[in-house]
Design a protein around this ligand. Structure first.
Ligand code: CS2
Length: 498
């Protein structure tokens, strides 16, 4: 039982089993060079690991994590000296590595001033972010700041004690500039299209609303490189905590569990310096756009489609969905026939191996990635994952039936009732509006009409396109009549030209 185990700590590092990886540097030598906003599981299994692996060469890149919402991660990790383990799992078993790169965790709502002070330390050269799509406080369809967002309204009134990620960036950049410190580089590590450019547009707009001169400074002097990040990291469960703790022989209150695959492609634009992340396997390139589109459309577009269809079909995890009849064929055909032709060429990159790997990753039986987890925040994810791809297909006069079924499955999901009439626990910033709009509706036409009116999701190029509406309507009708399992099994591409 884990209750009787000692807690993970600096002191306990020496007692770990020999098979467990641990910091290869002296943690007492660490300096903090990076502030990370959004200290969730994804960061701890991805950027933190790339950073961990270069600290032996350069201990100046320790990371202070910031939670913009809940104190849970801090409460779990502070008593264990901010150490935690990464469990890499596949069908062959599990490898454990204890990560030591976190120097502190701050909880923004408890003390926003402490976060700003940390961001304004002279040694801070990079601020990284994984705050999820909704943390950018933007309208996904237009990729512009949502000035009606309650956190943005707050930050405009109280710019010196912000709540939102863009609010913290603007105020910290202002303070550094005022005290003559070099600005940090801002590195978005979220699944947004053109994530650096998008974050720059949002940050600039927020700054301009209160301080046009600061807006100009940001436009000219702050770097926002884009990056493509990839690693599947399901939410940690109590069972994971117990099994990892047993394997470590010390109690880890918040390990992260992930897959062997990991990828990070970064635009090389860091005027204030950067870690040699390439030594840990990251790729630095001049332009990330093609990698980003590939990943958002092939991985995330397929993931969301599998999540909504799989959930409706009664499957709890992605791997269970992939094991159900015809889902694998359906998703591979969506990748090959509908998504791949929309992607820009990536010289020297083998796309078909990439897709083989994706299928294998989705099938990883050791991950237990819940369909309900991926289904969260669909209103923030749909444009970059499915809708922009559909727009490209429409322009080219090509079919998009499978992509439309993905969108229809989201529409069916946000009506809030599953195929057995049971309530679905919708988690989405637009939850109330979506449930209210669809309440009592039973026909595909009515559901489609009310949902297409959400203009932060659906661009006018789509809502005014008769073909988009007709194809999506047809998929939604089939889904409502036949259910997800049969719809996927019967799937035949209509393959008509516009
Ligand atoms: C997933 C992603 O939860 C989701 O929406 O699609 O978090 C996905 O696992 C990662 O982007 C993989 O890199």
């Amino acid at each position: 039982m884990t209750g009787t185990l000692n807690s993970l700590s600096d002191k306990a590092l020496t007692d770990l089993p020999a098979t467990v990886g641990k910091p290869a540097y002296n943690r007492a030598d660490l300096k903090t060079g990076i502030i990370h906003l959004g200290i969730g599981a994804f960061h701890r299994a991805h950027q933190a690991v790339y950073t961990e692996n270069i600290l032996q060469d350069d201990p100046s890149w320790g990371i202070t994590g910031v939670s913009l919402r809940s104190p849970d991660t801090r409460n779990a990790l502070a008593p264990q000296d901010y150490l935690y383990s990464v469990a890499v799992r596949d069908g062959a078993g599990e490898k454990l590595h204890v990560i030591g790169c976190l120097t502190d965790i701050l909880v923004a709502p408890e003390n926003p001033e402490a976060v700003l002070q940390a961001m304004c330390q002279p040694d801070i050269r990079i601020v990284t972010l994984t705050v999820t799509e909704k943390g950018y406080c933007y309208a996904p369809a237009s990729r512009t700041l949502d000035e009606s967002n309650s956190d943005i309204i707050h930050d405009l009134k109280h710019p010196h004690a912000p709540r939102s990620a863009p609010g913290f960036l603007v105020e910290a950049i202002r303070r550094r500039h005022a005290s003559g410190l070099q600005p940090f580089t801002v590195l978005s590590c979220d699944n947004l299209p053109a994530n650096g450019e998008t974050l720059k547009r949002i940050t600039l707009r927020l700054a301009e609303l209160t301080n046009p001169e600061l807006g100009r400074f940001i436009a000219e002097h702050v770097a926002f490189p884009s990056s493509m990040i990839d690693r599947i990291v399901p939410a940690t469960t109590d069972q994971d905590r117990a099994s990892v703790s047993r394997a470590l022989n010390v109690k880890d209150q918040w390990p992260v569990c992930t897959e062997p695959f990991s990828q990070w492609v970064i635009e090389d634009h860091f005027p204030s310096g950067r870690p040699s992340w390439e030594k840990s396997g990251a790729s630095f390139v001049r332009d990330v756009a093609a990698f980003e589109l590939m990943k958002l459309r092939l991985l995330n577009g397929s993931h969301s489609t599998l999540a909504y269809l799989g959930f409706l079909a009664g499957h709890k995890t992605v791997s269970a969905t992939m094991a159900a009849a015809d889902f694998k064929t359906f998703i591979r055909a969506m990748m090959d026939e509908e998504i791949t032709p929309t992607l820009p060429a990536l010289p020297d990159f083998d796309l078909s191996t990439y897709k083989d790997q994706l299928i294998e990753r989705f099938c990883n039986p050791a991950l237990h990635h819940r369909t309900a987890q991926i289904a969260m925040d669909g209103s923030q994810k749909l444009p970059q994952r499915l809708l922009n791809t559909i727009q490209n297909r429409l322009l080219a006069g090509q079919s998009f039936d499978r992509l439309a079924l993905g969108v229809a499955a989201w529409m069916r999901f946000v009506t809030g009732k599953d195929e057995n009439g049971q309530a679905i626990d919708i988690r989405d910033p637009l939850r109330d509006q979506l449930l209210q709009a669809t309440a009592g509706l039973t026909t595909a036409q009515d559901i489609l009409n009310v949902l297409l009116a959400f203009d932060s999701i659906f661009a006018s190029e789509l809502t005014q396109n008769a073909r988009f509406k007709a194809v999506t309507l047809q998929q939604l009708e089939t889904l409502l009549t036949n259910g997800a399992t049969k719809t996927v099994q019967d799937f035949k591409s209509v393959n008509t030209k516009a």
